[in-house]
Write a protein that binds this ligand. Structure first.
Ligand SMILES: Nc1ncnc2c1ncn2[C@@H]1O[C@H](COP(=O)(O)OP(=O)(O)OP(=O)(O)O)[C@@H](O)[C@H]1O
Ligand SMILES: [Mg+2]
Length: 286
């Protein structure tokens, strides 16, 4: 009974996306535990996807506690709060960051944003879906944990990337989040990024164990799409307000993010000479 009620509440937002038929890929980046690296990954992944030719719009959906703009070194004048208060239209609060990536700031320290109702979230999503200059990929950088709005957006996205670290606490919370999402929508596609591991071996071992637990207990196969290792440059890049993919494009973390972007687009993990040639020809031929 309880599940039935929850599922009904989730339906309208999901239907909105389903009916829009815009073909837009909507990727929500979520975690159970906070501080695991969602925002760092969202920002860098957005730039990576843009470099692969996608039009990307990042929505800082950590409403009220947003920090994507800070990571991008942009001082946002307008944010979601101006939208819900009717002061600005959606296209007026969209800003541009590195590599043509557009983003919407989630607003910081605005109490109303923490308690938006379903209609307000629905209106935001609706505005995005009918943008005159649409995106190919929408990235939702979610807040940590689970609340009604997080749940609604997760199940309304076309896929969810769950970010975790190898710490048992983060793993447990990631499991709890996945369980709740699948309870609402058993077929919802979920992919996993293991962040901040000390080594590739640790990342692979923990990922393997986690996937096994999810398979056994929830009957679902989740796909691992990358392991970003612990890298002090990630923290430094946040202090410098310049994403690591810009400041250290040749480093292991940036390369892994590029590979994650390619996997998301169903491209081979590494750029082969044929796709390089293809890009060259595309450019030459305009
Ligand atoms: N691969 C990494 N190596 C080292 N530090 C990292 C890595 N990824 C993220 N961090 C650090 O972890 C901290 C949290 O990162 P971030 O803000 O991206 O996490 P979050 O999941 O978005 O947090 P919140 O739940 O508060 O939104 C930051 O200090 C960041 O520098
Ligand atoms: Mg964050």
């Amino acid at each position: 009974m309880m599940n039935g009620i929850i599922r009904d509440q989730a339906q309208p937002l999901r239907e909105l996306v389903g009916k829009s038929n815009s073909g837009m890929k909507i990727v929500s980046i979520a975690s159970g535990k906070g501080g695991v690296g969602k925002s760092s990954i969202s920002v860098n992944l957005a730039i990576a996807l843009s470099r692969l030719g996608m039009r990307v719009l990042v929505v800082d959906a950590d409403f009220g506690l947003a920090n994507v703009d800070v990571m991008l070194g942009v001082n946002s004048k307008y944010n979601i709060s101006h939208l819900i208060q009717g002061e600005k239209k959606l296209y007026e609060i969209i800003q541009e960051g590195y590599d043509g990536v557009r983003f919407i700031s989630g607003g910081s320290g605005v109490y109303e944003l923490l308690r938006m109702d379903e209609n307000q979230v629905r209106n935001i999503l609706q505005d995005i879906l009918v943008l005159r200059d649409p995106a190919d990929i929408l990235l939702f950088d979610m807040g940590a944990g689970v609340n009604d709005n997080i749940m609604r957006l997760l199940v309304s996205s076309t896929e969810t990337i769950v970010v975790t670290t190898p710490e048992p606490t983060a793993i447990l919370d990631a499991y709890a989040l996945i369980k709740m999402v699948l309870k609402r929508v058993p077929s919802h596609p979920i992919r996993l990024i293991m962040n901040k591991s000390d080594s590739k071996k640790e990342a692979e071992t923990v990922t393997k164990g986690f996937k096994e637990v999810v398979r056994r207990n929830l009957g679902v196969e989740i796909e691992s799409i990358g392991n970003v290792l612990y890298d002090q440059e990630v923290t430094r890049s946040i202090k410098r307000q310049t994403p690591i993919i810009i400041s250290h494009p040749g480093g292991a973390s940036a390369k892994e993010i590029m590979s994650i972007a390619r996997t998301l687009l169903d491209l081979p993990a590494h750029e082969g000479s044929s796709s390089r040639l293809y890009r060259l020809f595309s450019r030459l031929l305009g």
